[in-house]
Write a new protein. Sequence first.
Length: 460
Amino acid sequence: MTPLGECMRTQIQNQEKIGSLPFEPNLPNFVYTSGTRFEPSAVVAIAPDMQNQEKPKSRSVRLSREQLEQLSQAIHEKWSQENHAGKLTQEVQADLLGIAVPTLKRMRAGEPVDRTTVSMAFKRVGLTWSNPVSETAPPTTEVSVQPVIERTARRWPSILVASMVGVAAFFTAFVLIASRDHARLAPDVELEQPWRKRFYEILKSGTDEYYSGDYAKSRAHIDTAVDMATRHVSADDLANALLISGNLAIVRGSYEDAETQFRKALRLCLDFKKTRMEPSVQESLGDVQTLRGKYPEARKSLNAALEGYQGLQDSVGVSLVKRDLGSLAYRQEHFDEATQWFELALQLARKEVKPDIVADIQGRQGLLWIKQGRANAARDQLKLCLEYWEGKHHARWIAIAKMNLALAEEAVGHLQVAIEYLNASANELNTIGDQGNFSEVTNHNIRVQKQLALRTHTGG
């Protein structure tokens, strides 16, 4: 193995030790995440000219002692005014604030909490929050400089797409998340040609920009990568670039274009016998076909992906496709089938210790429970999902998780709370440029606003 090849292997092994990083979630709607399914890119090289770039400003804040005392007093006053029975436990306090217990604990411990979550919690008890004591940036992971992108390429496509299948569509962009420890899309040969080193640097830049929400720059880099791989007739490299290009099309809401890109990538896999890459491409194709309502074709693609992952003994890939089949069943309103697929997917994800995938599936499960009349259980689960993604410090997944939670709040009749979550989600999605999910949350907001206006008019 050449020194470059050994370096690539070392980076992949280091990533396995680190675990998943705060990039991933299908899309919510699944930071799904639909989301997302995103894949951490920690094993990928950082070009020298990228290392000194300014870190994005965090959305997390810490509360001062005075703010915590003010919040505690407001909680007691609200609890007394509403004549609640029993003790004022942490669970009761968290419910009054509309947050999860772990978030409340972090708040009181002076740990960073999402800014919008703090603002909404204060508003729930009649306070106005402003001027945080401090902001905190999420931890970063340093990696050595090498033109490598194989591990990421293996997983994001599917994650991304599945994530983009929205609430109504069930996936909307939660794209979320699937943290993989395999390097299946690695090139068949070492990066001997000078152009390939440059190619992977460009592909890395486009991928990082995608995850950070800088979609215009990402598209420019990925278009360049597609052109380079096409000119040099490199099947592996072109397929990798086409998968990212398809995901960018989904962000723009161009689902037909995304399917075209995925079909091109699949053609390359079939023509050049890239059997280890094929399941990921089939999965991405099946997800976008689900999003387009092409259910028979989607099932065919996802079944092919499932068979491919099983042949490779890739249990993480199997977990992801079973999740996607659950989302397909949800879209078709086959709720019993969706329940079975999600349970099977969860079992595998937990066995493989993939918390990002678990959180993604649980987010989809929460939306399913709303349809099954289990709104309170869904609300509790989706609160925990939001808490999980807040811990990842990723604005996109947090925004999608808030959209999902808003639907649960709507289902239990908390229309004003739902609107607050939807407004927060819309602001964050608009800021990062996720127009697909921004349109989704806007539609939900219009619907809930009408419900609230009707309730107010009728005195309900």
